[in-house]
Design a protein around this ligand. Structure first.
Ligand code: TXA
Ligand code: MG
Length: 316
């Protein structure tokens, strides 16, 4: 059920239920961080292995400080610059954080979301909210309440409109004085480097367990998906009956072999493309196409984040 009734949603959370919440990135599947059974329900609802830790959503910097044992200077600078907003910081946890949330690790992922309804909800609660994205494990992330309802008709979902950023938060960890990128997201590397100087990109490091948002296969539609700078070349090689091409800003070639041409941003704007990306995948999947060919974006700023998501959606 989709609802705008904040006090109802608050009540559900206080009773130990899992609910859908809007954020500026994607919708989350939220529960009380101090309620073990509610946390277990997040994992079972999502079908997520319990070795994959959750992000804790806070209402303030002060609340964040209670959940960590140490806030490095660079993390403080980044939180001051980007919170509330789509930046997740991996920090050493305090005793308030249970092993179920962190999957036994000594660190916890924290962010302050930038969505007014969810900030009001967090203000009204005595506890922070653990929330992964509200999609079944490895499927397309949800960017509106209806996407969440399609996946999880049994839960209550707080209505919050379409997600403004439309792509998950950027995840950073701290290694001594180094800032380490673990997941590309709605804040670009360029924006982070303006605050803390050069950072290390470990988003494709296979050796680290850590963030399965980085695991190869993720964010996937049920049909086949490939990504290429030249969708036309790919088209000549495929036999499928029903093909869609997902273009960045314009239809470069309108072939009779293509059932659907879908454009992410007619003005060629990365932010707009990111905001439309998951919804485009949801729509194309529903249309029954057998193959989606995605045009690769220029690889800088948010273009890098968008390419990252399509590469993972394409992974076998
Ligand atoms: O934008 C977002 O971050 C959304 C909204 C709902 O806030 N949430 C989200 O959560 O994307 P999720 O669970 O789908 O992705 C979080 C990623 C996972 O890949 C998880 O493994 C990683 O964060 N993560 C969580 N805690 C971690 C930790 N202590 N160390 C390393 N990675 C961690
Ligand atoms: Mg996710």
């Amino acid at each position: 059920m989709i609802t705008s009734d904040l006090s109802f949603v608050k009540d559900q959370l206080e009773k130990g239920e899992v609910v859908g919440i809007p954020t500026e990135t994607v919708y989350g599947l939220a529960a009380n961080i101090y309620d073990e059974q509610a946390i277990a329900k997040i994992f079972s609802t999502k079908g997520r292995p319990n070795t994959n830790p959750l992000i804790v959503h806070v209402k303030s910097m002060d609340q964040a400080r209670t959940l960590v044992s140490y806030f490095p200077l660079k993390a403080t600078l980044l939180a001051e610059r980007f919170w509330p907003g789509p930046l997740t910081l991996i920090l050493l946890k305090s005793d308030l954080i249970s092993d179920a949330i962190t999957a036994q690790q000594s660190t916890v992922a924290i962010r302050m979301p930038n969505h007014s309804a969810t900030l009001h909800l967090l203000e009204s609660l005595d506890f922070p909210l653990a929330a992964p994205s509200a999609n079944p494990y490895n499927r397309i992330s949800p960017t509106c309440a209806a996407h969440v309802e399609d996946y999880f008709p049994q839960i209550s979902i707080l209505e919050g409109g379409n997600c403004e950023a439309g792509v998950e938060s950027t995840i950073l960890s701290f290694d001594g004085d180094e800032v380490v990128l673990l997941r590309h997201g709605a804040i670009s590397i360029e924006q982070i480097e303006e605050v803390v100087g050069r950072i290390l990109d470990r988003t494709s490091s296979e050796s680290l367990h850590l963030a399965p948002g980085r695991s190869k296969k993720h964010y996937s539609p049920l049909c086949e998906l490939i990504i290429s700078y030249e969708p036309l070349f790919m088209l000549s090689a495929v036999q499928q009956k029903k093909v869609a091409i997902l273009w960045f800003k314009e239809v470069k070639i309108d072939s009779p072999k293509v059932a659907i041409n879908h454009i992410l941003s007619p003005s060629g704007n990365f932010k707009e493309a990111a905001a439309n990306m998951y919804d485009a995948l949801h729509q194309l999947e529903k249309s029954g196409v057998e193959l989606i060919i995605v045009e690769r974006l220029p690889n800088y700023n948010l273009g890098r984040t968008i390419n990252d998501r399509f590469e993972r959606a394409a992974a076998k």
